[in-house]
Design a protein around this ligand. Structure first.
Ligand code: GLU
Length: 495
């Protein structure tokens, strides 16, 4: 294992669809590890599977990394000493490496057609082995460069026959490796297929391209999802065949559904849990919160801290506190973390954030009004957009009035009191909380009623509700003209 070489890690997504939160977590752990060890964080696009290629996927990956602040040191945009960082543009090199393995006796050409493969599977299937593999047992029966004469192989290659290059997996061997997360891992090589390394279209499979690039890009640590653990023995055999050092390996635990089991798209949909990063952005989560939450989904800081900025995560991160068992997704926890990050924002960035949210809803309040609204509502929301969407009365006159509130609070004299209050507000020198409160109390005294007799109808008139932030602040947030108009309208509507 290459232990004292500089830390170089990579995030190596395949652009086959939108980036999954599990993918973002992998990127995050790689990023934290790189920054913590003054290493390099590399983005490599694994786009050799042209059948599964999705055009918009790469842009989605780029946006997700940018949104969450995971800066790339080397990659398609950043460039770097190992460019290109698209595997599809490194095609020729993979062939050379695959041919080298053939030459050295670790791989072979296989000319079998699909029909021949099917026939092999059918004829060799037994009760104990219903799905025979292309392996040490069966390869001797197939059409490949191990069974055909050299002359025949040359003839086929010259004639342009279709072929793949397969790894010659040794028989009956145990493959051992140390995983930073899972500890000692061992696999029986007999369970492995003679993996196709180079496909008939000349493209490498994931396995070949991944190993070749991790080596050529001098990757020191491979940190990736647990779903790749079962591919690792093949990779180890390839490193061995090439005579290369195996990078340090770390396989991250699965993200589990709240019901147990892997968090699948379907499961998540049913529970209203988004699985794609872009959906979290759309749903209005703060990127800092998503990053914080994902960090805790598989890693533990070793103390009881739960709130981290990205820099704090970098500081605290270590692979030895990544758990080996899966962690259940907890939507409530994510919302709670979002709430904490929202409150931690400085005034200017919070104002900007909420201004964007308001604009998206078609509202363009002044900064002063918006600041007032934020001050009044921040401790009642978990998401930035709730400041706006849970409190639309700040921006729009109420169409209706909460029935139970009207029943309980709207009295015979409410309309007259509100009309009088509206007149006072119209004549007042200022419209701040002190003034609106003083005018209300003076009016109550003048009519010899308790202040509540005006406060509750005023709240109903202005917001349409019987609950919410303190009524004087609420009125200032709504603004003088709107308050007066709403009181007069309510007096008319509710009588
Ligand atoms: N291209 C693989 C993926 O999409 C990369 C796996 C790895 O990191 O080795 O996740």
């Amino acid at each position: 294992m290459a232990t004292d070489s500089p830390v170089r890690v990579r995030f190596a997504p395949s652009p086959t669809g939108l980036l999954h939160i599990g993918g973002l977590r992998t990127a995050l752990y790689n990023y934290c590890f790189a920054r913590k060890h003054d290493g390099a964080f590399i983005l490599r696009i694994e786009d050799t599977d042209r059948a599964r290629y999705v055009d918009a996927a790469e842009e989605d990956i780029r946006e997700a990394l940018e949104w969450t602040g995971l800066d790339i040191d080397e990659g398609p945009d950043a460039g770097g000493p190992h460019a290109p960082y698209y595997q599809s543009e490194r095609k020729e090199a993979y062939r050379t490496y695959a041919e080298q393995l053939v030459e050295d006796g670790h791989a072979y050409y296989a000319f079998d057609t699909e029909d021949e493969l099917d026939a092999m599977r059918a004829s060799l299937a037994t009760e104990e082995n219903p799905n025979p593999k292309y392996d040490a047992q069966t390869r001797t029966e197939m059409r490949n460069s191990l069974t055909l004469s050299d002359a025949k192989v040359d003839e086929l290659l010259d004639a342009g026959a279709e072929y793949v290059i397969r790894l010659k997996v040794p028989q009956g061997e145990k493959i051992h490796f140390e995983d930073e997360v899972r500890g000692h891992v061992s696999f029986d090589a007999s369970g492995l297929d003679d993996q196709v390394l180079l496909k008939s279209d000349g493209m490498p499979t994931y396995h070949l391209a991944n190993v070749v690039d991790d080596h050529r890009m001098e990757i020191s640590h491979v940190i990736r999802g647990e779903e790749w653990l079962s591919s690792t023995p093949k990779h180890i055999l390839m490193y061995r065949a090439f005579g290369w050092d195996v990078p340090t390996l770390a396989h991250l635990p699965l993200i589990l559904s709240p019901n147990g089991g892997k968090l699948s798209k379907r499961d998540a949909d049913e529970m209203g849990i988004p699985v794609f990063v872009t959906d979290y952005k759309e749903a209005g989560y703060e990127p800092e919160a998503l990053v914080n939450y994902l960090a805790l989904l598989g890693w533990h800081p070793g103390d009881d801290r739960e709130l981290f900025s990205l820099d704090e995560l970098v500081d605290a991160f270590s692979l030895d506190r990544v758990g080996s068992s899966g962690t259940q997704f907890d939507a409530d926890k994510l919302r709670w973390i979002n709430e904490q990050h929202l409150r931690e924002k400085d005034d200017a960035s919070l104002l900007e954030r909420v201004r964007d949210v308001a604009a998206a809803e078609g509202y363009t309040p002044s900064d002063d009004a918006l600041q007032e609204i934020i001050d009044l509502t921040l401790d009642r929301v978990q998401m930035a957009h709730e400041i706006v969407t849970d409190n639309r009365y700040f921006f729009e006159d109420p169409e209706t009035y909460e029935e139970a509130g009207v029943e309980k609070r709207w009295k015979d004299d409410s309309a007259d009191l509100l009309l009088a209050y509206a007149d006072r507000l119209e004549a007042a020198d200022a419209f701040d909380t002190d003034t609106v409160e003083r005018e209300l109390r003076d009016l109550a005294d003048a009519h010899d009623v308790g202040a509540g007799r005006i406060i509750h109808p005023a709240r109903l008139a202005v917001s349409g509700r019987s609950y919410g932030p303190g009524v004087f602040g609420l009125m200032v947030g709504v603004g003088r003209d709107a308050c007066i108009r709403r009181m007069r309208t309510a007096a008319e509507r509710l009588g």
